[in-house]
Ligand binder design. Structure first.
Ligand code: SD4
Length: 344
């Protein structure tokens, strides 16, 4: 098994050279040019490629953020789409949200057996008078819109992880704390064929050539979660928020805590007050630490990325280990190591 940090330090510059035009950079170079697309974690690099095809040919940010995260939803042994870890009953349940430059939004939660929850969320936004459909109703709507119902089965990796989890059936969810990945109640982290490490969520935000912003967020949530548990990703204002006058933000990490501070909305509000996206993300994390106290905050991970109306961008995390991918014309597709607040 390749440890993520080892992988990053030893192979990022070599094996992935065609993908990473600049494999890693500090979280400092964020000069504004349009268009820009930003997405969470290492898988964001591949998702950005699909989004960039649309953005660089003058397409709309909304189309870009949908197409981008669809790539991740399809990746095998990844933790976002149907190949992800199931809930405690052995069912994969998916959450997603999308928001455009006009303030329109759509979301689905606890959606089963549908390959592209992000596209269902978009249909909710565009074809219903509602913003949020959940569970069986969301699935029924997806089928009525022509989305195929996929087999009710786990991916081989998820099946293995679930069998392992069942041995103890401990309920101690921890999301994305790199140095605690090997705790007994967590499955061995899965890797894509190219060796990258996966997380359960991708959030993507983009600004197109016309200066319009959109965002998307899609997740399988927490592995071995309670049946019916929904995190921040499909909750507009928590996992995702777009205000075309100001900027856009998306989150990854412990959904319960991101919901508590209306995280993505908070980041956008900090940008409205004039903060740079990096500072806005940092201030939202500080709010979380203030709410929970340092000791409790050290038990979770929370991360934000943001873009403002000019195309400035940034990200920040509570603990170390967070990466995000950024694609813009003058920098190519780069993976950025986020700054973090707490040494836990
Ligand atoms: C959730 N925020 O459901 C998601 C989990 C996540 O990488 O971000 N995982 O709480």
């Amino acid at each position: 098994m390749i440890h993520r940090r080892t992988f990053l330090s030893k192979t990022a510059l070599v094996g992935l050279a065609p993908i990473f035009q600049h494999a890693f950079s500090k979280n400092t170079s964020n000069k504004a040019t349009l268009p820009v697309v930003l997405s969470t974690w290492d898988a964001g690099v591949r998702a950005n490629e699909a989004a960039w095809k649309i953005l660089s040919s003058g397409g709309h940010a909304l189309d870009a953020v949908e197409a981008g995260v669809k790539v991740t939803e399809l990746e095998q042994n990844c933790c976002v789409g149907l190949g992800a870890n199931p809930d405690r009953e052995g069912k994969v349940t998916l959450d997603a949200s999308i928001m455009d430059h006009l303030g329109n939004c759509g979301a689905v939660a606890a959606l089963e057996r549908i390959q592209h929850p992000i596209s269902v969320a978009r249909r909710v936004m565009e074809k219903t008078p509602h913003t949020f459909l959940v569970g069986q109703g969301a699935q029924q709507f997806a089928i009525s819109e022509g989305f195929p119902l996929m087999p009710d089965q786990l991916s081989p990796a998820a099946q293995k992880a679930y069998q392992e989890w069942l041995k103890k059936s401990e309920y101690k969810p921890i999301i994305n704390i790199e140095n605690q990945q090997q705790t007994p109640y967590l499955p061995a982290p899965s890797h894509l064929p190219d060796g990258t490490w996966n997380h359960d969520t991708i959030g993507m935000i983009a600004i197109d050539q016309n200066g319009n912003l959109s965002g998307s967020c899609t997740t399988s949530g927490m592995g071995f979660k309670m049946r019916g548990r929904v995190g921040d990703s499909p909750v507009i204002g928590a996992g995702l928020y777009v205000d075309n006058q100001v900027g856009a933000a998306t989150a990854t990490g412990q959904g319960e805590d991101i919901i508590r501070i209306c995280g993505s909305f908070l980041v956008v509000e900090f940008m409205r007050q004039g903060l740079h996206p990096t500072e806005a993300c940092k201030k939202a994390i500080e709010r979380l630490i203030q709410l929970k106290g340092k000791e409790q905050a050290c038990k979770i991970q929370a991360c934000f990325i943001a873009i403002d109306k000019k195309g400035n961008y940034g990200g920040y995390s509570l603990q170390k280990g967070f990466t995000f991918a950024v694609y813009q014309a003058n920098g190519g597709n780069r993976l950025v190591k986020s700054s973090h607040i707490l040494p836990c």
